[in-house]
Design a protein around this ligand. Sequence first.
Ligand code: HEC
Length: 201
Amino acid sequence: MSDENKSSSVPSAGEPVATRSAAPMWIIVTTLVLLFIGGIYFDRHSGWFNPKVYAPYTSAENLEGFQPQSGAAAALARGKKTYEAVCGICHGPDGLGKPGQAPPLAGSEWVVAKGFNRLAHIPLMGLAGNIKVAGKDWSMNMAAMGAALPDDDLAAVLTYIRSAWGNQASAVEGDDIKKIRSGMGGGSQPMTHDMLMAMPE
Ligand code: HEC
């Protein structure tokens, strides 16, 4: 090695020198304050990566379930659900019934009658024997499929079948069913066409 190289590795006075020095206090404090504010913001707005926040609805139907519903819409939705679970097996989700199984509720004069007294007696007491529905004769039996339902639920079912599938008739309230139920007496005989016609519509 030459003398020239040796001497250049020794810094001479006046040249810049890298030394360690502590970061200025204001940078540390500012950084901490920003992290703190960021933490609060994240806490308030992030939803903590909850999938319900980032991908809340899996389908339009799923979204529908979260919409606030007014009393009437809620009763209809409940009526539809109960109908499909309790009555739909025979009368069909489309209310059209099935030959040899059950008559239609869509377009049935029993369902859309002005009053619902006779209608309510059918699920409450059952129905037996000859009955004409939308111009066709039926002669089967239906058990008291609605007798075990609470007043509000049966009212919701009747409201639903009176307004679904093109049917247009007034809503039924839980109190109406309560009154009809208490006026039935203790009889457990299923309704017949003649018994229905003998009572107010
Ligand atoms: C197990 C099958 C079955 C179930 C479940 C059933 N029904 Fe029926 N329903 C029938 C049959 C069968 C008839 C016809 C009875 C006859 O011929 O006398 C009928 C008749 C009716 C009628 C009168 C005729 C008409 O079509 O308008 C109404 C109203 C009715 N059902 C409503 C209901 C309601 C409301 C429910 C649920 C709470 C229900 N049914 C559940 C079988 C069923």
